[in-house]
Design a protein around this ligand. Sequence first.
Ligand code: ATP
Length: 359
Amino acid sequence: MSQNIVELTNITKKWGIFTALDNISLNVRKGEILTLLGPSGCGKSTLMRIAAGFESASSGEVTIGGRNMTAVPPEKRPVNMVFQRYALFPHLDVFDNVAFGLRLKGIAKSAVTEQVNAMLNLVQLQDFSNRWIGEISGGQAQRVALARALVNRPSVLLLDEPLAALDLKIRHHMLEELKRIHTETGTTFIYVTHDQDEAMILSDRVVLMNKGTIEQIGTPDEMYGAPKTLFCAKFFGETNLLDGRVQDADGSGAVLSLPVGAATVGTRGLRSGSAVHVSIRPEAINISAATGTSESSNEAVGKVEDVMFIGSRVVYKVRHAEGTLLKCQEPRAAAGIRFGVGSPVSLKWDPASVVVLAS
Ligand code: ATP
């Protein structure tokens, strides 16, 4: 049997002449947390709504649990959805909100009580079952929404920006909670967000979307450490993006000419003379005191222009003699910040940390 619980094949969605999704194919593995990530308007919610059945595709196929669900209405699909605004019933208490779907199905009273209590325990709201929705916090309301979606034991739980309405601190706590609940239930999660930190913390795999297409799919580590495109490198965290040219290339790698000097890379298949974009993460650059102005390969010499102290990390902005600004980052040393503004410094990087990007 296929390990894919959801298969979206050649999905296109058009509204008039506007193409919101352009021939997207994507498989979701059983039991994983897969995140659809991308800027506003890239089509994340539309793709999720097509998987749920709230929206129909202009063309393409939706398979869930090995069955073609393309024309099946949402209530007949083995999925459930949690929305950003929770969509709870204000005239019911916490218990009745969670029980609603089970009662609709005509499940016996004692079984409803047992299953609802189990879900309230799972989301740690066992002491709140008699509270009205208006009497609980945003984070608690989100837990009720989760319990209500999970009580029907869906094969797949779809979560559309479920934490967007919560403040940062509660959001981080809820991310941990979501991971725990995912582990305890073993349910497949498809999660939509435009926040790369949320995607990195939560996901087994991330699908980065851009203008109705998939830019890259990978684990958070792959997306951060081995972005394939400029868009992906920019989207995931801080990086130094440099435009350069291939000076020389052979079967084992290439020498690049960058605005901060020469860099060697192990990337194969580059052509001498062609233009390249590269990404070097700030934490991949080592900073030390400069002893002169000459530079070797994989080294840039410049002056510290700004120092940012971000808790456990120190970020230095260094101006290279030719004008380019490079950011480098290191853990805060026990002795404190090592270089002040104006210090002459040498920046060195390991060639393996230079990622050559497709534009
Ligand atoms: P956000 O993060 O802002 O929610 P998103 O990536 O989820 O964005 P979608 O809501 O999927 O984006 O929308 C994708 C594109 O389709 C957008 O340009 C949007 O304006 C358009 N769109 C969505 N729904 C409709 C509709 N009912 N009619 C016409 N265009 C629509």
